[in-house]
Design a protein around this ligand. Structure first.
Ligand code: NAD
Length: 364
């Protein structure tokens, strides 16, 4: 039986199912969620090769008229040109306001197909079928959709909640190891911001987590989805508490920006950013030194950076990027910091001198 998590958002509430064998049940599960008619499945080439067939068969088996749109893999597909191609595909496929979009893939496909669904005919339903660990624990839940512009990431988008999320954890068996490890950075984040027991479980069973022990990971992914669902249910549009999901992301995004979004995965940048935010947490929020050491050790156990050592970046460039961060206020970065493992607060300001000191520590 799959694990179930519900995102409570009034008439936009939806279910997340987590477990094996869900792709082949996708048609019946969509029907149960009230979806039918024409469906456009958006996926990328890597994922299509393995999983487009079973998803198409499952949807057709439930009576849907299925069309496929396959985009190249990678962040560069999250762009206006691909989006406009998808509008054409949707029109060619005869999608109307009762039709739905299926996002089958990682966060790139989820964000792109989600924004297609948010904007086509002023919004139609969509289903998330995340196949990367990052998408399962983070991007498929919460309704943030969007594309990048040449001048920056995620600059165009909309909040548009999916009607259903199906995290088929069988698909993790083909996810490249480096992508899997990058997803673990977000898993660690949930432990730090909200759940000390989850953090201890990750520590105790680090080897099993890294080896993707399926029973354990179904449980871990479900717990991460529960935390995200709670936070999103309390603050859908990030007016307040939702910001805690950005622990490690202030410097993380700036590091990705400095790397030109190449060679450094989002999760790896977030891991380094958590090392930085951890140090600031110690100085500003009383995070015990022992907790900071545990965070660093867990990140290393997952093969992730615990600092920015060796990463390409200049302090000036990072400061500029952090000033443009969406949590910044009047160009002053605001940090999400932890006062202990399991509890975080958002909106914390650090002096420029302390930010620089943290950077000097973080890149050694
Ligand atoms: N909407 C949100 O709330 C949110 C949150 C976090 C990140 N994001 C976005 O998510 C994106 C990153 O997502 P990602 O890390 O999943 O990257 P991704 O979608 O590029 O997927 C990573 C790689 O893994 C491949 N892949 C995915 N699933 C696979 C599988 N089961 N087997 C084999 N290969 C597989 C993909 O083809 C790709 O090459 C970024 O664009 C980021 O901005 C969005």
């Amino acid at each position: 039986m799959p694990k179930r998590v519900r995102v409570e958002l009034g008439d936009r509430s939806y279910r997340i199912l987590i477990g094996g064998g869900l792709l082949s049940r996708a048609g019946a599960l969509c029907r149960d969620a009230g979806l039918g008619g024409a469906a456009l499945v958006v996926t990328d080439r890597n994922v299509a090769r393995r999983y487009a067939g079973p998803v198409r068969a499952a949807l057709e088996g439930a009576g849907c008229r299925v069309s496929m749109a396959v985009v190249p893999a990678g962040e560069s597909s999250k762009c206006g040109a691909r989006l406009f191609e998808l509008y054409d595909r949707a029109l060619d496929a005869g999608l109307d306001r009762k039709s739905f979009v299926v996002a089958l893939g990682g966060g790139v496909v989820g964000d792109l197909a989600g924004y297609l669904a948010a904007s086509y005919l002023r919004g139609i339903a969509f289903v998330q079928i995340p196949t990367s660990l990052l998408a399962m624990v983070d991007s498929s839940v919460g309704g943030k959709t969007g594309i990048d512009l040449p001048r920056g990431k995620n600059l165009v988008g909309a909040f548009h909640q999916p009607a259903l999320v199906l995290a088929d954890t069988d698909t993790l068996s083909t996810l490249p190891r480096r992508e899997y490890a990058a997803g673990l950075a977000e898993v660690v984040k949930y432990g730090v911001i909200r759940d000390a027991a989850l953090f201890r479980l990750l520590e105790r069973r680090a080897a099993d987590v890294l080896a993707c022990d399926r029973a354990l990971m179904d449980r871990v992914i479900a717990r991460c989805c529960e935390i995200k669902a709670e936070v999103v249910g309390a603050d859908e549009r990030e007016g307040g508490v939702r910001a805690i999901l950005n622990f490690g992301h202030t410097l993380g995004h700036a590091l990705e920006n400095a790397a030109g979004y190449e060679g450094l995965l989002h999760g790896e940048a977030v891991a380094a950013g958590m090392g930085y935010a951890g140090w600031l947490s110690m100085r500003l929020c009383g995070l015990p030194e022992g907790d900071l050491a545990r965070l660093a050790a867990l990140l290393r156990a997952f093969g992730l950076p615990d600092s920015a050592r060796g990463l390409r970046a200049t302090w000036l460039g990072l400061v500029r990027a952090m000033a443009l961060d969406k949590k910044a206020s009047g160009r002053i970065p605001r940090f999400v910091l932890a006062d202990r493992i399991g509890h975080a607060r958002h909106g914390v300001e650090a002096t420029p001198a302390l930010m620089k000191e943290a950077w000097d520590v973080c890149r050694q």
